[in-house]
Design a protein around this ligand. Sequence first.
Ligand SMILES: C[S@@+](CC[C@H](N)C(=O)[O-])C[C@H]1O[C@@H](n2cnc3c(N)ncnc32)[C@H](O)[C@@H]1O
Length: 451
Amino acid sequence: MGGRKFVTQEKLRQVKEFLEPFKYLANAHMTSFITDNYWETLPEDIKTEATALTVDDMYATFWSWGRDPANFNQSTAIGEFFRDCWALSLGSELFDDLLLSHDTCNETLQTKRMSVKKNHEISNLKEKVAIICNASKSNCVVDVGGGKGYLGTSLVLEKQIHVLSVDSKSHNTKGAVEMFERATKQAEASRSGSSLYKHATAFVTPETNLLEIVNDKLCSKIDHKICLTGLHVCGDLTSTCIKLFLKCHEIVSLCTIGCCYNLITETYGLNFPSDEKHTGFPLSNFLFKDCYALGRNARMIACQSIDRICHERKEMNPSLFWRAALQVHLLRQLGPNCEISVGRHCSKATSFLDYFQKVQQYLDQDLEEKIQELDFETRGNHDRMIKFYCLRLALAPVIETLILLDRLLYLHEEGIENAYIMKVFDGVKSPRCYAIIGVKMEGTISQLFQL
Ligand SMILES: C[S@@+](CC[C@H](N)C(=O)[O-])C[C@H]1O[C@@H](n2cnc3c(N)ncnc32)[C@H](O)[C@@H]1O
């Protein structure tokens, strides 16, 4: 096995080592920010510096880093922490040799029903999938978790590729068929199009016999060479696709973009040892042999989009602080087992008072007398919580990097030399923008992809 496995492993090791002392930060429950005194857990130099900053200064530093991390050069302790987070995130030059670069394409408005985000995704991804099909000599695409079928429709109508879209929900399959019919009418290509696009409703697992479904739905008389794709396949569905790619000889290429890292099941998570046959993390032997676990909150953080938050200069939702203040009261009243969900409508409150008034209806408790007291008692934590929030968020791209490198390394460990990560979308337009690409063909990447 070539050196690519070792390069990927070495970079994953660096990310893992950087993350280790900050895992507690990523896994902090913001609800317990005050009651667990999280502020005091920050490294001394960062805490001292953050104490001296105003909230506006903290936001300005955080946003300026997130908007242009490559040119962020503050050499303070906080600046250095942000710079380190960037250096260990996929966008930094450290990962250039693991990333396959390809120009993004011009966007074409395909259907009025598609959002700007979806249009951006489909315009770019269909080009990449067509290139991968070409490189791997695939004669059909299986779009796992195909949803409403936008990707399949554009691959069929614009690239004339045979597509089977598989989704676990029958109403999605039905919707995809209807969407395709509308699109073909617009494209006036219904005859040739409809025979190229098939749909199946199935819950895909690592044990699914995809070839059987392909043979059943597409023509069974030809030897299928499948390109397996999936756009924003949530949780464990990405690792499922990777496992199917490795297992099935007829799947010759892979292009999968995950999302919802919070839904990934972890082998060494809280439920270890669990009865789950297939978990989604870790995949690589490198992390597996270390019994590596990330934690649910860390995976939740990885779902956040620094690109978007900093581009839009988004501030922390104030209800996070009000919830942490409520926790002070709940802990006092109910003791350590005060895990209470107060309902989503409370997050739309407009002030501390409004929040507690909403909460008291929900909890059926008279909190009137407590509100002023709690406000006074917890006020001093407000600015600290915002600063803590910014520092914690900076870890999001590092955790995402760790999850993606684990997937990439697994492919290398299993003998797929031509496996890469490719940035396929603009991170502001579509936050989950990295695809895992794998091709079973021999040859250099520039030969395969004509780069
Ligand atoms: C986030 S949506 C993405 C839909 C589509 N790819 C897109 O980007 O527009 C994920 C889709 O995967 C489907 N799904 C989830 N788990 C699945 C499984 N195990 N097998 C097949 N489909 C699944 C869901 O029903 C849903 O349509």
